[in-house]
Design a protein around this ligand. Structure first.
Ligand SMILES: *Cc1c(COP(=O)(O)O)cnc(C)c1O
Length: 457
């Protein structure tokens, strides 16, 4: 399968090149040249497969330039770090199904993609005889999942900036207790915005970027989307009728994978897009209004975004695969902070998505009520989805809510909702006595560059 850019400046590259490129060189995002349709016969055969076998089947369609036995081995290794035999089990609670995506090493769904991406990068770098120093800023989940994806991998190191004393205690612990020598935690004396600014500035120095082979593992990498497509297919194959999937959404990465799965299989009736008070995507689906607001910090922090980095991929299909139209829309959005859509375009959107949002108060109430009714403890991100899924529930369709994090990652919010903290899984308890490894640096681009220069591989 070949890949192309949403803005038309890249075409005909293969999967490996698309993964190594990350962001397309024309500033767009990479997509497969066609979304494959899976036949009924093949889908029937897939129903029998284990998660790992299904992941291999789905990914091999998209990653056909990776030797089959290599891909299989990478997939097996990536999901052997999950602590549940089904990898992403589906449980029924009340009238909803919950797909638990939090059995990876950092207890959030980002592990599903980043465990795979880390192993894949290691292989591709080895093939190309090259190396990579990953640089990123985090306010939470992405940093720890990226660190666990890269730790111990050959020819790679990772530098993650976080705001000193301003990430949650669990996330700080997950990031800084990793012992592998290729992991560098940098606590910046400043805010998350300072961290992001520094990362942007370092990447902006193209000489420096090239000299130290700097790269990113952010959610726009196609391999991350691909790894996420698998669990939508997995969920749909558990039922003999079309399902709906409810997705607590931030950057539109997870739900975009659902869109690909929907088009590939025809087994998903609608995707339910759930947001917190940062509701730009809710306004898009329900009113055709995609305009930037101010970011409001909430108890579901991984969804606190306004500009959704993967949205451009969906725009490409909404605009009838017209790269010029995407490029000019993105330019307009950059200038005005807003996009509007025709009624014809909105009819297309409504075929794929319905949407709702939850305020923080509603999120806490949902955690409480769901616990009282089912005995099940939701994390605040998952609770946003459950609130919306219940509100929009249609009994004709089995509704699967994606559980994007384990509640023990957000003990404070859970305690506010149900009066006690959630039980700690072994993955957290095992870290508690461990030594923390990080350096504290001032919010200064030069100091960070010096540190990277000294420690890069
Ligand atoms: C990243 C994240 C999300 C949002 O996912 P997107 O792909 O950005 O839409 C939701 N919940 C949790 C727990 C996350 O870490």
């Amino acid at each position: 399968m070949k890949y192309k850019s949403t803005r038309g400046g890249v075409a005909g590259i293969d999967f490996s090149q698309a993964v190594l490129m990350g962001l397309a060189t024309d500033g767009g995002l990479l997509l497969p040249e066609e979304i494959p349709k899976v036949s009924k016969e093949v889908l029937e055969r897939w129903r029998e497969l284990s998660y790992v076998d299904l992941a291999y089947e789905v990914m091999s369609i998209f990653a056909d330039d990776i030797p089959a036995e290599v891909l299989r081995e990478i997939v097996e290794r990536s999901y052997s770090t999950f602590s549940h035999p089904d990898v992403v089990p589906l449980v029924k609670k009340g009238k909803l199904y919950i797909m638990e995506l939090f059995y990876g090493p950092t207890l959030a769904f980002k592990d599903v993609a980043l465990q795979f991406l880390g192993n894949l990068f290691e292989y591709l770098l080895q093939q190309n005889n090259s190396k990579l120093n990953i640089l990123g800023a985090t306010s939470g989940d992405t940093g720890s999942a990226a660190i666990y994806g890269v730790k111990g991998r050959k020819n790679m190191a990772i530098f993650i900036l976080h705001p000193h004393n301003r990430v949650s205690p669990v996330q700080q612990m997950q990031m800084t207790t990793v012992e592998d020598p290729n992991v560098f935690n940098i606590a910046i004396e400043g805010t998350f915005d300072d961290c992001q600014y520094i990362v942007k500035s370092v990447f902006g120095d193209l000489d420096f970027k090239q000299r130290y082979a700097l790269g990113a593992v952010n959610s726009i990498n196609w391999a991350r989307v691909l790894a996420q497509v698998v669990y939508y297919v997995w969920a749909a194959l558990k039922f003999d009728m079309p399902i709906r999937v409810c997705v607590p959404t931030g950057n539109f990465g997870n739900i975009f994978a659902g869109y690909i799965a929907k088009r590939m299989t025809g087994l998903i009736d609608k995707l339910i897009l759930a947001t917190n008070e940062n509701d730009i995507l809710y306004r898009f689906v329900t009113k055709g209004d995609y305009s930037v607001g101010k970011v409001v910090p909430t108890i579901s922090p991984s969804m606190d975004i306004q500009v959704a980095s993967n949205f451009e991929r969906y725009l490409y299909y909404l605009y009838g695969e017209d790269p010029q139209k995407v490029a000019s829309a993105m330019e307009e959005f950059r200038k005005t902070g807003s996009l509007s859509f025709s009624s014809e375009e909105m009819r297309k959107v409504e075929k794929d998505f319905i949407s709702g949002f939850a305020t923080q108060k509603e999120t806490l109430e949902t955690i409480k009520r769901f616990y009282q009714e089912t005995g099940y403890v939701l994390d605040p991100h998952t609770a946003v989805g459950v609130k919306v899924a219940l509100e929009l529930f249609d009994e004709r369709y089995p509704t699967v809510c994606l559980a994007t994090a384990h509640p023990a990652k957000f003990p404070e919010a859970v305690r506010r909702a149900i009066g006690r903290e959630p039980d700690k899984p072994e993955a957290i308890r095992a870290l508690e006595g461990k030594k923390r490894r990080f350096v504290v640096l001032p919010a200064d681009v030069k100091e960070v560059k010096d540190y990277i220069a000294q420690h890069a591989i």
